[in-house]
Design a protein around this ligand. Structure first.
Ligand code: BMA
Length: 917
């Protein structure tokens, strides 16, 4: 190597740049050899032998090589259960050049092993793994040789391993032992540090994966390697900023030098003397931001812009550059405010970003596929884009899945989205309504759980040690992301302990309480607080937060609406009745199930499966009594489908479950949003609504608003409205109808309500009433209309609760509509008089070649929950599931692939409430 050779830089996933060669003395170099690609895979007795992609997993490899069919097809989750009971070995051969071997250190690095493995290099065991959420590296220099080197990863059956670990834990039970039978899952998942839902969940199949789910490489170096750069912004009163920069450095020997940190766009630079100690060490530096360079803050969606700044890190020994890296820094502050609330016992619970209280609107994120290697950037982008289009500003990464991949968080920090401007109202008459495309950015606030859910966990030293590594590595990996606004120790384990889900006898409770505190408080919380002072840590969700802490970390009632966050599920009560919902400070989970569309089920089923009571339909339902619960809730308000055509009866039932779910979650979310400014009977000031759940792991009934494959359910279309920045919420209290104006805007607006009364039998308003506009401050919910229902109906001559319904919207002082229109039923639609079966005709026109279409609907009657389904043509409508009170509506269809108007109208099916009975 000549000393004049140009320096080469490699950008690793974590933002670290590796210096390969330097122009100045002494000549340091660091070499990376990527070992991803095609490996060999075999089972324990050698009867199965195939090529397998790395990163990847055994199930995906078997499927891709044709050894098994689609694991999601029909009952294949059960047919392929054997896979996870076998042991599997991945093997590859690579050459290691003399130049590589000449380095002082050569490490074999695994970014993710799923899960329990021994790693062999040239016939020698170099290490073992037992935690899917950790990065592992092993020193291998002395084992490498000239010519072929053989690397073998032998994976143990995760199911058998978990059960062995459980058997070894004989002193006491660590429940729940096994999932409920309805989940058709495997037992003892809490004994293995792996995606907890991979052993089945109440929305997901059991596919206990095995594999090398992230990259594998060799890293060779002579002096040091920069493992990771992370940075968090800190501030004094939001005016004076500094950036805490952490370098995780792996040095061969004690190395003294200088570190130069700079934020060129902020004219800020600092050079510090340092010493890197041998081994992997954490080195923390502070870079003060030049006070005369004002920073632009990172703001959540709808609250302002955001920009990133380049952070440059360079390390020198003498004149030699020994490390170099570049990453992004965003400036924002986050506080979790828990303080006394006037007129209410307990404490507030809300997030303040950059000093401003923000209502979190969104949902819960679960793994996007049972096989993580199938979650590609397009899947992530589509889901996040859909979340943004439903006006969400927050997502909770739920603790039974995985810490998501880097791209997920980068997209949450800031995602550029191409936006097509189209005004739906115009599309029928005016092609010019199709305007330009522009790029918008959006962000999400992420509530990040640690991966522990719905169980007790062991606390043996080796388990805790593995968790320690996991926590430190994950926090170091993720803490530079401004999108993460809170860490949270687990999902529902405080509640499980407190309300005794697992029937733990009172005499044994102290042991479990001790284990709980050991794991989440003394271990995880302590580590997180050491690693990251820039954001809050909650021990569990739901929790009473500070209230739980006062009660020794496990509150008597973690669902107490006066404190913290709550999860609330009630399937039997009437979900249209807001009185059934807890007026909580923060609703981090609530929801109802529905079935996905027929087009999602078709590829994984046969004709025999297409009825609601088929074996297939009950097999896919993993929540006890779930299919019946949906029908019972639907029957509270709707006539159930009764077609004599079995397939129509099935598809109509799928439809009615989606209507029911959409309407239930709408009612609950609107209740939370209108409760943001009020204290009623000591409860209220709700500042978050994250429904359960955004996405699906496979095609099956679940609480999701987006089905597997990305198609929006009716709920997701409803979310576009119920999460709108300005929203009219209508409800009845006593004998009165009230309309609240909910505003997430930054500034005050003057708003009044316009309420129209329609008869079910006539597509034109019977009468319209208005209220005088009143000031609605930014970030508030204000009552803008109140009228006794009887007076309202009387004013509209001839109307009764059974014959009429209400629509309403908000208008500002200038008479312009603000926010979406909304409606309120005065009776259960099944009791409505005059709701006729509408005759809806559809005309499809192409607006932009092959991708954007106008869909115009004409109806001769009032039609409720009008649902457009484009079948196998991927894409989404501008709006859907709507109420047609006038006889005409035009919506836009954005195709997910090139199509034609003829194909679209050929696959389009329109269903409305009156069509299913
Ligand atoms: C909550 C979640 C999940 C579950 C969902 C629906 O408890 O945390 O565990 O899937 O409810 O039951």
């Amino acid at each position: 190597m000549s000393k004049n050779q140009p320096r080469t830089l490699i950008l690793l996933e974590n933002g670290v740049l590796l210096c390969l060669f330097f122009a100045v003395l002494p000549a340091f170099c660091s070499v990376t050899v990527n070992l991803n690609g095609k490996w060999n895979l075999s089972n324990s007795d050698g009867s199965v032998f195939l090529g397998a992609g790395v990163p990847g997993c055994v199930h995906s490899a078997l499927h891709q090589a044709g050894f098994i069919k689609d694991p999601y097809y029909r009952f294949n989750d059960v047919s392929y259960r054997w896979i996870a009971f076998d042991n599997w070995t991945y093997t590859t051969t690579f050459s290691a050049s003399a130049q590589l071997r000449a380095n002082q250190r050569v490490l074999l690095v695994f970014d993710g092993v799923d899960t329990v493995a021994s790693i062999w290099l040239n016939g020698i065991v170099v290490g073992k793994t037992d935690n899917m959420f950790r990065i592992y590296d092993f020193a291998v220099r002395d084992l490498l040789k000239d010519g072929d080197n053989v690397l073998k990863v032998s994976l143990l059956s995760p199911v058998l391993y978990a059960s062995e670990r459980r058997n070894a834990h004989s002193a006491y039970r660590v429940p729940p032992e096994c999932p409920p039978d309805v989940q058709k899952g495997e037992c003892h998942v809490n004994f293995i540090r792996k995606e907890q839902s991979s052993f089945s969940w109440d929305w997901g199949p059991s596919f206990p994966t095995m594999g090398l789910w992230k990259g594998v490489r060799l890293e060779a170096f002579d002096v040091l390697r920069l493992v990771r750069v992370s940075s968090v912004p800190l501030h004094n009163n939001l005016s004076q900023w500094r950036v805490q920069v952490e370098l995780l450095v792996d040095a061969v020997q004690t190395t003294s030098g200088r570190i130069a940190l700079s934020l060129p766009e902020l004219d800020s630079e600092q050079v510090l003397q340092t010493q890197f100690l041998p081994g992997k060490t954490r080195n923390v530096f502070t870079l003060n931001v030049n006070a005369s360079s004002p920073v632009k803050l990172w703001w959540p969606n709808g609250h302002g812009g955001r920009r990133s700044y380049r952070l440059q890190v360079r390390g020198f020994q003498g004149r030699a550059l020994i490390l170099e890296a570049e990453s992004k820094v965003y400036f924002r502050s986050v506080e979790l405010v828990q303080e006394p609330v006037p007129g209410s016992p307990g404490l507030s619970f809300y997030f303040r970003i950059n000093g401003k209280p923000i209502f979190l609107k969104g949902s819960n994120w679960i793994p996007a596929h049972g096989f993580q290697d199938r979650v590609d950037p397009a899947v992530l982008r589509n889901l996040l884009r859909s979340a943004k289009e439903a006006n969400m500003n927050a997502l909770r990464v739920w603790g039974g899945g995985v810490y998501e991949q880097d791209l997920f968080y980068s997209l949450c920090d800031e995602m550029g989205i191409m936006v097509t401007s189209l005004r739906e109202g115009n599309v029928a008459s005016c092609t010019a309504a199709y305007e330009t495309q522009s790029v918008e950015t959006c962000v999400f606030q992420v509530w990040q759980d640690f991966m522990f859910a719905c169980a007790m966990y062991p606390t043996e030293e080796d388990f805790i040690q593995s968790v320690r590594e996991e926590v430190v590595q994950q926090v170091q990996r993720l803490k530079s992301h401004p999108s993460i606004i809170t860490w949270s120790g687990n999902n529902e384990n405080e509640a499980a302990l407190s309300t005794n889900w697992f029937n733990i006898p009172a005499s044994q409770r102290p042991r479990y309480l001790k284990d709980y505190v050991t794991l989440y408080v003394d271990t995880i919380r302590a580590l997180v607080q050491e690693e990251d002072q820039s954001r809050p840590f909650l021990v569990s969700s739901p929790t009473n937060g500070a209230g739980s802490e006062q009660q020794g970390w496990v509150a008597a009632d973690p669902y107490d609406p006066h404190y913290g966050d709550t999860h609330f599920y009630s399937y039997a009560l009437d979900c249209w009745d807001w009185r059934t919902f807890p007026r909580t400070r923060f609703a981090s989970e609530y929801g109802f199930q529905s079935w996905p569309s027929f087009s999602a089920l078709k590829p994984v089923s046969t004709k025999d499966d297409w009825s609601y009571d088929s074996n297939f339909s009950s097999h896919r339902q993993h929540h006890e009594d779930g299919n019946q619960q949906m029908l019972r809730q639907a029957a509270l308000h709707f006539h159930l489908p009764n077609s004599t055509d079995p397939v129509k009866a099935f598809t109509d039932t799928l439809y009615i479950t989606q209507v029911t779910q959409a309407q239930c979650v709408k009612a609950q979310t609107e209740f939370y949003r209108r409760s943001r400014s009020e204290i009623v009977e000591g409860k209220g000031r709700t500042m978050g609504a994250l429904y359960w759940q955004l996405n699906d792991v496979w095609p099956a009934p679940s609480w999701s608003s987006i089905e597997f494959g990305g198609k929006w359910k009716m709920l997701h279309y409803f979310a576009q409205n119920f999460f709108a920045a300005v929203l009219p919420v209508g409800f009845e209290d006593g004998d009165a109808l009230l309309v609240y104006a909910v505003s997430d805007l930054r500034h005050e607006v003057t708003l009044g309500a316009v309420v129209s009364v329609y008869s079910w039998s006539r597509p034109e308003p019977a009468c319209t009433l208005r209220s005088d506009p009143v000031p609605v401050p930014g970030g508030s919910a204000v009552s803008v209309f109140k009228r006794p229902v009887a007076a309202l109906l009387a004013a509209c001559g001839g109307c009764t609760r059974l014959t009429c319904l209400l629509t309403f919207h908000l208008e500002d002082g200038g008479g312009g509509q603000r926010g979406p229109a909304n409606h309120h039923f005065l009776c259960k639609p099944k009791d409505a008089r005059g709701l006729l079966r509408p005759n809806i005709t559809v005309t499809v026109r192409e607006l932009d070649v092959g991708y954007v279409f106008s869909v115009a609907l004409r109806s001769d009657a009032v039609a409720a929950f009008v649902w457009l389904d484009a079948g196998g043509v991927p894409g989404r409508f501008g709006s859907n599931g709507f109420l047609m009170v006038s006889g005409y509506r035009a919506v836009v269809f954005y195709a997910g692939r090139h199509t034609a108007a003829a194909e679209l109208s050929g696959s389009l099916v329109v269903t409305s409430l009156r069509d299913v009975y």
